[in-house]
Every structure is written in C-alpha cells, then in structure tokens.
Design a protein around this ligand. Structure first.
Ligand SMILES: Nc1ncnc2c1ncn2[C@@H]1O[C@H](COP(=O)(O)OP(=O)(O)OP(=O)(O)O)[C@@H](O)[C@H]1O
Length: 253
C-alpha cells in the first residue's frame, strides 16, 4: 500500500493525502505547475517533504537507503539525462538493478528491447536517437525492473499515437501483474481510458481523487484547466473535445 499523508513541499505542494493499493494504474493530473512532478519526485524519495510523509508498505520513502529505494521504486523523471555517449543496451542494463547474473541480464535486456521495439537500436549511442526513441529507451529502462512501485513522469510525452497507446497498454499490464504504477499525464482521454484512479492537483493542492469519471467532471476541469470538455465514449475508447472557458483562464497567459 502506498500512503501519502498531508505531504507539503516548499510551497509547491500543500497537504496532499491519498492512498493506493498495488495492482492499480494511477494517473496524476493537473495544469502546468500544478505540482505533478513535485508529487512524483517526493514519492520517489528525490524530494523530502517539509511536513507529512510518503510511505510504501509503512516504510517512509525518504528514510529508505538508496539501495532499498532502487529495489522497491523505479522512477522516470520528466527530463531524464544521459551524460555519457552510452549505447541503448547499456542504458537498459543499468535499469535492471535486481538482476545480478550476466546471462539473466542479457536475456532481460533483449526481452525489454523487443517489448519497446528497440532491438534494432541496441548498439546505437543514445545521443544519435530521435527524441521519441530516447523517450522509449528511458521508459523501457524504468519499466524493466521488477520494482513494486513504478513512477513515470509524463511517459507518453513526445511519443507518436501508436506508441502512446502501446505504452499505456504496457503500463496497464504492469499494473494488472501486481505493480503499483503512478504516472503524470496531460492527455485526459488516455487518463480516462486506461487509469484505474486519478489524482487531480490544482495549484499544489488535491482538487479531486477517485475513479476517472468522478474526477473528470465539468466543474473540476473548468477549475483545474480553464477548459470545457465534451466527451465521446464507446467500446473502442474515449475521446474528448476541449474548448477554452469564456472569459476566464486557469493559467497566467
Ligand atoms: N526546482 C524548483 N524550485 C522551486 N520551485 C519549483 C522547482 N521546480 C518546480 N517549481 C515550482 O513548483 C510548482 C510545481 O511544479 P511541478 O514541476 O511539480 O509542476 P507540474 O504539475 O509537473 O507542471 P508541468 O505540467 O508543467 O510539468 C510550480 O509552481 C513550479 O514553478
């Protein structure tokens, strides 16, 4: 069980509380600057809260050793960086912190590469990939470990439509196999279609949480984003047409 209890972080997040059980795909939503990345970084133990706490199986994340945290939590930040000109295969292998045997490691790297259509890129340096290809490598790396909690900040940003759907399905599969997966997301239709539960932030505070259609209400969307939304749903999925609210805006444009 993941439990956030009245977490506040340097005026960027204020008193956010919620819980989530393993086996769920959780979407963290909100306008630019709402606090999504701050929340994920805090859950990953990259930022320590000023007050409150983030607990995984009753252990405070900020008090875990780095080694334990890397075994329990995989975290894909919004802007991961690779400083050295390393190959795709090398980046994938560094994500497999829980595997020690070289044969098992090599097999798992091939498997992950196949899953994310990266087999042909395994020997290429990261610096020679397109933005979307680099994103897929980072995603593959963060989802390749058998950590119990996976945190991904905007996993589908910069991906084409095929890979957006493919990645959302993979994230859903991870959740169905028992992982707790939390992602920050801007696409509300993908959130409605794939996530089990949504957390909607507004100006660093929790505006709503629950099942997608309980959270994505007209009032909440107007308040959080300054938009009106029209929805279409059928057996194949969910689509949304957003329009700006007349005479008001949630941002600072
Ligand atoms: N390193 C930092 N130091 C101080 N304030 C920061 C820092 N990073 C972000 N902030 C501020 O904290 C608030 C929340 O930022 P955060 O990155 O969590 O938003 P977000 O919801 O992820 O936004 P986006 O959708 O634009 O990625 C914003 O007001 C931002 O300006």
């Amino acid at each position: 069980m993941l439990e956030l209890s009245a977490v506040s972080v340097r005026k960027r997040l204020e008193g956010v509380s919620w819980t989530a059980a393993p086996g769920q795909l959780i979407g963290v939503l909100g306008a630019n600057g709402a606090g999504k990345s701050t929340l994920l970084a805090c859950m990953a133990g990259q930022l320590s809260p000023d007050s409150g706490g983030c607990y995984w199986q009753q252990q405070q994340v900020s008090r875990m050793t780095t080694q334990v945290r890397r075994q329990v939590i995989s975290y894909l930040p919004q802007h991961p960086s690779v400083s050295a000109p390393v190959s795709v295969g090398h980046v994938l292998a560094t994500g497999l912190v829980n595997l020690r045997l070289p044969v098992a490691l090599a097999e798992r790297v091939s498997q992950v590469a196949r899953e994310f259509n990266l087999t042909n890129l395994l020997n290429r340096p990261m610096t020679q990939l397109s933005g979307g290809e680099q994103r897929r490598v980072h995603l593959a790396r963060s989802l390749s470990s058998d950590s119990a909690l996976a945190l991904c900040d905007e996993p589908v940003a910069g991906l084409d439509l095929y890979y957006q759907l493919r990645v959302m399905e993979l994230l859903q599969q991870r959740a169905r196999s028992g992982q707790l997966v939390c992602i920050a997301l801007h696409d509300l239709a993908l959130a409605a279609r794939y996530c089990d539960k949504l957390i909607l932030l507004h100006q660093g505070q929790l505006l709503a949480s629950g099942q997608p259609m309980q959270v994505l209400t007209t009032d909440n969307l107007r308040r959080a984003y300054g938009i009106e939304a029209r929805w279409w749903c059928d057996d194949d999925g969910v689509a949304m047409l957003p329009t700006l609210c007349k005479g008001e805006h949630s941002g600072d444009l």
